[in-house]
Design a protein around this ligand. Structure first.
Ligand code: ZN
Length: 212
């Protein structure tokens, strides 16, 4: 008899809050989750596990990142309209992110007027935020001939639309995209090795829709 057991990440949703999303480039509703490592037996979790950290996930684009739920005055029990979430969870959000929100208005008005250093920082940012997703995905799949296709499909469905959503207001050219990918490649990050400039440019040429 083979007993299948191990440890796995378990997410527990703590509540909802408003925050700034660098992929959507605006204020958004987020879910806040505790991540634990729990034992499992035949895929059945044994409890919610040891706390390893907290994440927040944008309800619009689904990007997840580390967070400290203590930074919100409270967490809402249900998702709500943005202004309602702001009042309940992060009432100082507009002054807290004043500089970033002003720069985002500048990006919207004319991305070419952004200072060069800030522009390359803003082009790097979504790659850096998305890199952990690729790290996790490509660590969990075995890459052989078949899985190579799965990896490419996953990039097309999950990763390129997010990158395009974040980058399209900046209207980057292909050498700027290459400049963002190259450092990830030399750091041996999986996103750096897998993401390609040409499909990102193709996604950037598409009209961006809110659901991405
Ligand atoms: Zn978002």
């Amino acid at each position: 008899m083979i007993i299948v057991w191990g440890t796995t990440e378990v997410e527990k949703r703590l509540g909802y809050a408003a925050d700034f999303c660098p992929i959507c480039r605006d204020l958004r509703g987020f879910e806040s989750c505790r991540v634990g490592m729990a034992g499992h037996l035949y895929g059945v979790h044994l409890g919610s596990g040891r706390r390893v950290g907290d994440i927040r996930r944008c309800l619009t684009c689904r990007i997840a990142g580390a967070t400290t739920p203590e930074s919100y005055v409270s967490l809402a029990r249900r998702p709500a309209a943005l202004e309602e979430l702001i009042d309940a969870t992060f009432p100082t959000i507009r002054s807290h992110y004043a500089r970033r929100l002003a720069l985002e208005r500048q990006v919207e008005a004319d991305p070419s007027r952004l200072p060069a250093e800030l522009r390359s920082q803003y082009i790097d940012e979504p790659f850096r935020l998305i890199a952990p997703m690729a790290e996790e995905f490509f660590s969990n799949v075995r890459i052989d001939g078949y899985m190579f296709g799965v990896g490419r499909r996953w990039l097309r469905r999950t990763i390129y639309p997010k990158l395009a959503r974040a980058l399209s207001p900046l209207q980057p050219n292909d050498s700027e995209i290459r400049a963002a990918i190259d450092p990830l490649k030399s750091q041996k990050a999986k996103l750096g090795r897998r993401a390609k400039v040409a499909p990102i440019m193709r996604f950037l040429a598409l009209p961006q829709n809110e659901a991405r």
